[in-house]
Design a protein around this ligand. Structure first.
Ligand code: MOS
Length: 712
């Protein structure tokens, strides 16, 4: 039955299950191995007996493919076909250079897909891929990032912020300032590396029915995949059905489809109606599935002798790829972080012959606030102020950029609560003043922020079942965050039933449309929609509905166009130990205190915040992708040479949150928790390392070699 979507303004719910630690509703499936990921869906839904695809990647960084010789590959047992730019099916739309897979001979970056092998087994496909001979006409490339080479000014930065901002007279204010801190701060290339690599199962149906292309994709947005992939093939989004029942993390890299998803669909079209299974390898993810650009932030802070900022300037430099533009919003959070009458930000890009950068774990906020918060630590020292006190003195009354009030801005309470719990009052003002055996010991603090986002394009369906139960459906994806669990709680409260009475369905484009699991917006966007649908249902059918009664609704409130701005805040405290003789750095203690609106489920929220803190720790100490500019590829392309923090790195890490409810933002009072944990954390660690050693590290990661030149 098809139901018209009604618009409903959601009103605050009375929390009953919301706020309690309901166990993960998908916990049993996950711990018993019943939950199936990406390419584990063989045998379902006509996806049995697939061919296996293996991607062949360019070994030059720029130029053209001369010829692809498939003969040796085709002679290998089990290999069925080799597709290249001359033989792959044509796409209807090739405007997106990242997604126009195998459409022409051009090579834009090292690691680009130049051929694809299909075989009866994954082993044969892999062996076949090694046997494909690709000839190139190589051209000179530029894959070396430097701030001075970053001269291109994009029209806007991710997703649609102004490239530059300028308020007051920064130069005059800096001239007149009693204290000036000037510094260059940098963060390296980083790769998202979710636990589950990208993977797609694809089947192309004969004819032009309702479901021409079927995809099981490891993605943060099934509707996003359908609406992006459909036009490439000249289809309507409704002709592409995408599911993603379980996803092993995304960290931004699965926020939009990359080349591998299109490659799987192209291959499935070539061998229709046989399904195709394509699993991207860990190594291939370092060229094909997005990454965080390296950044350089040039800061100038001007302040009076009391530490009150008079000028903030943040000039950000990053890279994009020649084949497709992505401009990270590195300096955008600087526009709202602290009060200062004179403020200037800018973004400039180096356009390089490299793989396409994209979203990664708080794109913008993470590298930008790292720079800002280390600069603030330097300003605190220059002013002779405690770094917590410096931040308290620079609290704005309203959003400095827009002039609008914040719905809730409790950064001071986060700082004060964290300082109390961490024992900050006992901290020595003097760097390198604490030695414990062979270890220097220090502590550091940094602030964090992340905007509250509500995404458009959501709808949810509520259907009455027998026995007072409800079926609730929305096409969002749970990438491991706990979305299934918190939406069950939100639906239960909105329908005034128990969570066990809600049968929740997600992650399928045959369900009402849902926005991406990104921008820390999922719970807010989908939750508000589920509440709207429940309230529209109650308005239409009361609380004793006939089984089968159904309503589809979307939320028509738009808090972001109202009189407030919405941001979450946090304060991160770190203790660092640096070994005097080896420079080894450890973080025995990490604490984040957050203002994130109402917490829907303390168990899953804590897990999100701790995960963010661990990502921040990982960025502080370990994560760095090294690109060899001579050849254009990332040489650290595995989890041995690209270390992501593991258990042994993570010692005492804790998160807590302030009790609050942002009723203006969502009917649950929640504001979003996915990404704020990573913001500020690396700065807290770098600041603590300075306090421990007296060595100021302005570029991530903070590695042992930084401390070897110290006079002992
Ligand atoms: Mo997240 S990096 O906003 O997908």
């Amino acid at each position: 039955m098809s139901t018209e979507t009604v618009e409903q303004t959601p009103t605050p719910i009375t929390p009953r299950s919301v706020g309690t630690a309901l166990g993960r509703v998908d916990g049993p499936e996950k711990v018993t191995g019943a939950a199936r990921y990406g390419v584990e869906h063989h045998g379902e839904d006509g996806l049995a007996d697939p061919l296996y695809a293996w991607l062949v990647q360019s070994t030059v960084a720029k130029g053209a493919v001369d010829a692809v010789d498939p003969a040796a590959a085709l002679a290998h047992p089990g290999v069925v076909a080799v597709l290249d730019h001359t033989s792959a099916p044509r796409l209807e739309d090739t405007d997106d250079g990242e997604l126009a897979v195998l459409q022409d001979a051009r090579v834009h970056f090292r690691g680009q897909v130049v051929a694809l092998v299909l075989a009866e087994s994954v082993e044969a496909a892999r062996e076949g891929a090694a046997l494909v001979e690709v000839g190139y006409a190589a051209e000179d490339h530029d894959a070396r990032f430097s701030a001075d080479g970053a001269t291109y000014r994009p029209d806007s930065v991710n997703p649609a912020f102004d490239t530059d901002s300028d308020q007051g007279d920064v130069d005059a204010a800096l001239e007149a300032a009693a204290v000036v801190v000037e510094g260059e701060y940098s963060t390296p290339h980083e790769h998202n590396n979710p636990m589950e690599p990208h993977a797609t199962l694809a089947r192309w149906s004969d004819g032009d029915g309702d479901e021409v292309l079927r995809l099981v994709d490891s993605t943060q947005a099934v509707h996003g995949v359908a609406s992006t992939v459909a036009p490439l093939f000249g289809l309507e989004p409704g002709q592409v059905r995408v599911t993603a029942p379980y996803v092993g993390g995304g960290f931004g890299s699965k926020g939009m489809p990359h080349a591998s998803t299109v490659a799987a669909a192209l291959a499935a079209r070539a061998v229709a109606p046989r399904p195709v299974s394509l699993a991207v390898t860990r190594q291939q993810m370092f060229a094909l599935t997005g990454y965080r650009t390296a950044t350089v932030s040039r800061f100038r802070l001007g302040a009076d002798t009391d530490g009150r900022l008079t000028a903030v300037e943040h000039r950000a430099y990053e890279q994009t790829s020649a084949v497709k533009e992505f401009a990270e919003q590195t300096a955008v959070a600087t526009r709202m972080m602290y009060a200062a009458p004179n403020r200037r930000t800018s973004h400039r890009l180096a356009v390089l012959d490299v793989a396409v950068p994209s979203w990664m774990r708080a794109p913008g906020e993470m590298p930008g606030i790292f720079a800002h918060e280390v600069a603030m630590d330097e300003l605190a020292e220059a002013c002779g102020l405690d770094p917590v006190e410096l931040r308290l003195r620079n609290e704005p009354d309203v959003d400095p950029e827009s002039g609008k009030p914040f719905s809730i801005r409790r950064l001071p309470e986060c700082l004060e609560r964290g300082a109390e719990r961490f024992g900050w009052a006992e901290r020595s003002a003097q760097p390198r003043s604490t030695v414990d055996g062979d270890w220097w010991v220090g502590t550091g603090v940094a602030a964090a922020t992340y905007p509250g986002y509500r995404m458009p394009g959501n709808a949810a369906r509520v259907t009455a079942l027998e026995g007072g139960r409800y079926d609730v459906a929305i096409g969002c994806v749970d990438i491991g965050t706990g979305a299934r669990t918190v939406l069950t709680q939100i639906a239960a409260d909105a329908l005034a039933v128990e969570p066990a009475d809600v049968d929740l369905h997600i992650a399928d484009t045959s369900l009402p449309s849902a926005s991406v699991a990104g921008g820390s917006s999922g719970t807010s966007s989908w939750g508000a929609t589920v509440v709207a649908a429940a309230q529209a249902f109650a308005a239409a059918h009361g609380d004793a509905p006939e089984p089968g009664a159904e309503v589809v609704a979307s939320a028509d409130d738009d808090p972001l166009s109202g009189e407030h701005v919405f941001h979450s805040f946090g304060a991160v405290f770190a203790q660092v130990r640096v070994h005097r003789w080896t420079g080894e750095i450890r973080v025995p203690r990490l604490l984040g205190v957050y203002s994130v609106g109402r917490v829907v489920n303390p168990t899953t929220a804590r897990s999100q915040l701790l995960g963010g803190l661990v990502m921040g720790l990982s960025a502080a100490l370990h994560e760095e992708s090294v690109r060899d500019p001579r050849f254009g590829h990332v040489v650290t392309q595995d989890l041995a040479s690209y270390h992501v923090a593991s258990h042994a790195d993570v010692l005492d890490v804790d998160a807590e949150w302030l009790e609050e409810s942002d009723d203006e933002f969502t009917p649950m009072g929640s504001r979003g928790i996915g990404e704020i944990g990573i913001v500020g954390t690396a700065a807290a660690v770098a600041n603590a390392a300075y306090h421990a050693t007296g060595v100021r590290v302005r570029s991530l990661p903070v590695t042992a070699d930084r401390f070897l030149e110290v006079d002992r």
